[in-house]
Design a protein around this ligand. Structure first.
Ligand SMILES: NC(=O)c1ccc[n+]([C@@H]2O[C@H](COP(=O)([O-])OP(=O)(O)OC[C@H]3O[C@@H](n4cnc5c(N)ncnc54)[C@H](OP(=O)(O)O)[C@@H]3O)[C@@H](O)[C@H]2O)c1
Length: 309
């Protein structure tokens, strides 16, 4: 199942997120995912595993497991490279061993201290706070992203972690409209207004953290996981599915692309088995009523500043 982007390219509605995958497990997970039917990978320079993803992809192409044109590969520009968009994209392509990306996103709408192309560091100032660069606007970065399309290095460009204000602004100044806004959204953080605003203006919403980050975010941020919710457990039981499958299906039925991450081969399969059932209108409403407006990502934890403040 695919979503057609505003430039005609098609994006598979489910992808595999590779954040927090250990380098040594990437090869097997990527090959396994492709064998399980995944055709979409969500990567980023800041995940610091581009080279391993690149090796796995090269193996998949050279062994004939899949053709390049049948995969949709997303990558992201890290904040420290806002002033170096073209070099950073070329650096990522080299590490990924690709000659084009299907989608390149501005990972966060904020520039930080440049630490060298592709180093993707998040340098802190003397005060222990993320060293923000206040000289580069998102508009400047966006116009450089547009150049990548004309250079043939990327097919589509998009935003990530942008609210209604910034997304609207980008629509006003862009020559190439953002194809995607990738945002945190899951049953406890539904963001209906932002999702509807994007969709109304032809911007596909990709749900990052579609499972609410589960145990990973519980460990990192002390957050509560929607996968433990008793109401969701009841819904899952009714469909003879797991809570994760129900949550992903809910994301798909609200026309968002979902990119769950797992390092467990059995869960790769589980998370992909979401096309053989449909949540009823009533159950979609039940899940809708569960919104807690609860963001799991807390940037202050690592960067000394709450960027979403
Ligand atoms: N644009 C951004 O700023 C941004 C931010 C965050 C994430 N992302 C993207 O979104 C992707 C997904 O986000 P995420 O990894 O933070 O969160 P997530 O996919 O919502 O949750 C991942 C967590 O769920 C567990 N899990 C996966 N499948 C499961 C299942 N079937 N049952 C129970 N637990 C399950 C994983 O553990 P195991 O690995 O042990 O299975 C891991 O702890 C990332 O990989 C990345 O590509 C983008």
């Amino acid at each position: 199942m695919e979503i057609t982007l505003n430039n005609g390219f098609k994006m598979p509605i489910i992808g595999l997120g590779v954040w927090r995958m250990e380098k040594e497990e990437i090869r097997d997970l990527t090959i396994n995912a492709i064998k399980n039917g995944y055709r979409h990978l969500d990567c980023a320079g800041n995940y610091k595993n581009e080279a391993e993803v690149g090796e796995a992809l090269t193996e998949a192409f050279t062994t004939g497991l899949v053709k390049r044109e049948d995969l949709f590969i997303t990558n992201k520009l890290w904040s420290s490279d806002h002033g170096h968009v073209i070099e950073a994209c070329k650096d990522s392509l080299k590490k990924l061993q690709l000659d084009y990306l299907d989608l390149f996103l501005v990972h966060l709408p904020v520039a930080t201290k440049h630490t060298g192309v592709g180093t993707t560091d998040s340098a802190l100032g003397d005060d222990g706070v993320l060293d923000l660069d206040t000289t580069i606007s998102l508009e400047t970065t966006w116009h450089d992203m547009e150049k990548l399309v004309s250079m043939g290095l990327v097919r589509s460009i998009g935003l990530s972690n942008c609210d209604v204000f910034l997304t609207r602004d980008c629509l006003a100044y862009s020559k190439i409209k953002p194809a995607v806004n990738q945002i945190e959204t899951h049953p406890y953080f539904q963001r209906d207004s932002l999702v509807k605003f994007c969709q109304k203006h032809g911007i596909c919403v990709t749900a990052h953290t579609p499972l609410g980050g589960a145990t990973a975010n519980a460990e990192w941020f002390g957050s509560v996981s929607c996968l433990d919710d008793p109401v969701l457990k009841d819904v899952a039981e009714k469909y003879k599915k797991t809570v994760a499958q129900v949550v992903l299906r809910w994301g798909i039925q609200r026309n968002t692309v979902v990119i769950p991450k797992t390092s467990k081969p059995a869960r790769l399969e589980e998370n992909f088995q979401v096309f053989d059932f449909e949540l009823s209108k009533e159950d979609m409403e039940v899940i809708k009523s569960m919104d807690r407006k609860y963001r799991t990502h807390q940037t202050a934890k690592f960067w000394g500043i709450e960027l979403y403040a």
